[in-house]
Ligand binder design. Sequence first.
Ligand code: FES
Length: 121
Amino acid sequence: MSKKPLTVGSLKENQPTQMKMSPPQPMEPPNRKTTAQPLIKLKQHDRTFTLTPHSGRTILDCALSQNQPIDYKCGKGNCEKCLVKVVAGSALISPPTAIEWSKLNKRLAEGFRLACQTKIN
Ligand code: FES
């Protein structure tokens, strides 16, 4: 038996003296989850409008501020010129106003709203 003292290095056999390093790998960007902001989609005549909702504003105000040319006239709920059909994002808008109930009645169930009267929650 050898009286040679054991060291950490003496127990390893055939180990390379240098660690082999793999070439640097390109780093991937951190996994950022993008949470898409919900949008409101409207149809008026044959045109479709997509709005980024802004709480407390009417659909009409929001559309015009985002360069979405919704037709309108009175802005008071009288003319129905701003009539739109909400095709997406109805959960983001307020319940119909009394004016909308009187003007639209059964059309409300089909998703029609007056853009000048409908507020965004
Ligand atoms: S613009 Fe006249 S009802 Fe909305």
